[in-house]
Design a binder for this molecule. Structure first.
Ligand code: B12
Ligand code: SF4
Ligand code: SF4
Length: 275
């Protein structure tokens, strides 16, 4: 009965367009820095994690192309989240909650000003048997590699969990570390978040605070110039369209999954060297 439900949910997620889906019991979600899931959803029993592969726009040096593609996948992921929660509530008589794939974030001090999500999709993906940690601190899917995004749905349905991935997909080639323009991956197992942030989101909150601080300290003539500067235009653009990433290097340069085609189970080799 429970296996049948799980099969139905999995089929729907794949039919909607997810590249893979995994299931975890709430007890297996082990993310020390993020809130207890019961504080979000009392009675939560299972996590359903969907995987979405990102296409090659993330390799482009043109950040409007890279970010435009990211915005498209994010929109699509949100629609899949909506449809799956709707199915769980209407067809399975369960309670279900979708969770933000990245934003909104808790921007108060206890959320480290937006550096800690209300749920960690990487830890959810690990619990749901969808990958292993890479040197880039991203979760690498056994078939599709690091270039995947995750979304997580919480439900009070008890669903049989998937076994964890035991093989490590990262081959320690160090490409991600060498490619990081901010030297944010020097320490194994820890991203230097502020270094990454300054580089990957120069027109985020840090850039905005920096701009307005300089603005306040400037003369009226300098202020007029600042308001016409490319910097202000970029800040305004970023605010209008949501946060913009200016770096995808550790994600796009990772060779894992580069050759994978199709959906899970097709058995494609993971690394170029395995071909
Ligand atoms: C805040 C945030 C950021 C912050 C902070 C990142 C961070 N290191 O935590 C900044 C802005 C720096 C950032 C950058 C990026 N992000 Co981001 N980010 C998030 C967000 C919203 C919350 C993450 C969070 O809560 N972190 C705090 C806690 C959970 O992390 P932690 O417990 O300290 O665990 C860290 C380490 O301890 C380590 N770790 C934990 N256990 C273990 C065990 C082993 C063996 C190892 C090696 C490491 C390890 O992993 C974590 C990484 O630092 C998530 C979405 C979400 N809600 O999950 C996306 C998310 C993590 N980001 C993502 C991506 C893709 C990126 C970027 C590539 C940017 C881009 N252009 O897309 C970079 C990659 C940076 C990097 N290499 O670490 C994806 C990752 C997908 C994947 N395949 O893993 C996510 C999951 C979004 C999504 N919905 O898919 N991000
Ligand atoms: S997103 Fe860019 S700056 Fe941040 S860790 Fe990855 S390569 Fe470094
Ligand atoms: S680029 Fe190499 S070292 Fe970095 S995560 Fe990918 S396989 Fe591992």
């Amino acid at each position: 009965m429970l296996e049948g439900r799980k099969r139905q949910i999995k089929d729907l997620a794949l039919k909607l367009g997810a590249d893979d889906v995994g299931f975890a019991a709430v007890a297996d979600y082990d993310s020390p820095l993020t809130p207890d899931l019961h504080s979000i959803f009392p009675g939560v029993k299972s996590l359903i994690v969907m995987v979405f592969r990102e296409a090659s726009h993330c390799e482009s040096d043109n950040m409007r192309i890279a970010m435009g593609g990211r915005l498209a996948i994010m929109e699509f992921m949100k629609a899949c989240d909506y449809k799956l929660t709707h199915f769980l509530e209407c067809d399975c008589q369960a309670r279900a909650m979708s969770t933000p794939m990245s934003y909104p974030l808790n921007i108060s001090p206890e959320g480290k000003f937006g550096l800690i999500g209300d749920i960690s999709h990487r830890h959810a993906a690990i619990a749901a048997g969808l990958g292993s940690w890479g040197r880039n601190n991203l979760v690498i899917h056994p078939q599709f590699g690091a270039r995947v995004l995750f979304s997580t749905i919480l439900t009070d349905l008890e669903l049989p969990p998937d076994p964890p991935v035991t093989e490590v997909a990262c081959n320690d080639c160090n490409i991600c570390v060498d490619q990081c323009p901010a030297d944010a991956l020097e320490e194994k197992g820890k991203t230097a978040q502020m270094k990454c942030l300054a580089h990957s989101q120069p027109y985020g909150i840090g850039g905005t605070i920096g701009f307005w601080t300089r603005f306040i300290d400037s003369s009226v003539e300098e202020q007029k110039k600042l308001l016409r500067s490319p910097e202000f235009r970029r800040l305004n653009h970023a605010t209008s369209f949501t946060l913009q990433y200016y770096c995808f290097k550790c994600y796009a340069s990772c060779p894992s999954g580069r050759l994978a085609r199709g959906r899970r189970g097709d058995g494609e080799p993971q690394f170029e060297s395995e071909k």
